[in-house]
Design a protein around this ligand. Sequence first.
Ligand SMILES: C[S@@+](CC[C@H](N)C(=O)[O-])C[C@H]1O[C@@H](n2cnc3c(N)ncnc32)[C@H](O)[C@@H]1O
Length: 247
Amino acid sequence: MSSATPSLRLSQLQMDWLRPARARLLRIAGIGGATTVLDLGCGWGLTTADLAERSEVNVVGMDISPTMVENARANLPERLRDRVQFVQNSPDSIELPDRSVDIVFTQCAMMWMADVPSVLSECQRVLKPNGRLAMIEPDYGGMMEWPETICTREIWIDCLVRAGADPMIGRKLAVHLNELGWEHEVYFLDRYEAGLAEAIEFLAELDTTEQQRQQLLLAQKLMTEGSRAQPAHVVHLPFWMYVARHG
Ligand SMILES: C[S@@+](CC[C@H](N)C(=O)[O-])C[C@H]1O[C@@H](n2cnc3c(N)ncnc32)[C@H](O)[C@@H]1O
């Protein structure tokens, strides 16, 4: 497993946190009328299975990591096996025919793609006429934290950049889409939950420096002091949600 894919436990947490956002985005993208959906950068395949559970669609989960493709196949519930398949792709090509997909979905995956414009061009190629690209991607540059002693934002940005990700992908996708001629609508995650101490565990899976580890221990201590009902801290990570169409 590379740092691009969190552990199974954390991926499950992320999947649960983003469930309401995913439901809203996929409703707007019209998953009800879709027959084929691509989950690009599927990791463990949790979102792929979730897409299949939501409707009667056929879903292709795709990832550049052969290990993750194997893991995703092994994790897939038996009842979904006739409608879900997992395929490995190369960094900037999607192993599907032209005009074969109704919706391309990504969750926390564009941020790990080295050449986003090429990937968007591939999305355009595989989408059917009137196909939709639905993306949920974070923007760590907009992370809000309080009190001041909780200061993980700069650590996130540093660790993600060093791991090869783009921590500010959320805002940048709008520019990439505009440049490539996509029409798009943007939504934001409109549900707030007090930042959970588990968020720090995501960071621990990245390569942190000794000084960063000390800062995180302090933040973790502060975060566990409050309760979920009355948190002693606030941490909010904005997620950008896009529904895009190419003329
Ligand atoms: C943070 S994980 C997200 C997994 C899943 N979407 C989820 O939300 O649970 C990002 C995944 O994108 C994959 N990835 C990175 N670049 C890719 C590319 N060019 N094409 C396909 N997958 C890619 C990584 O291997 C990793 O499994």
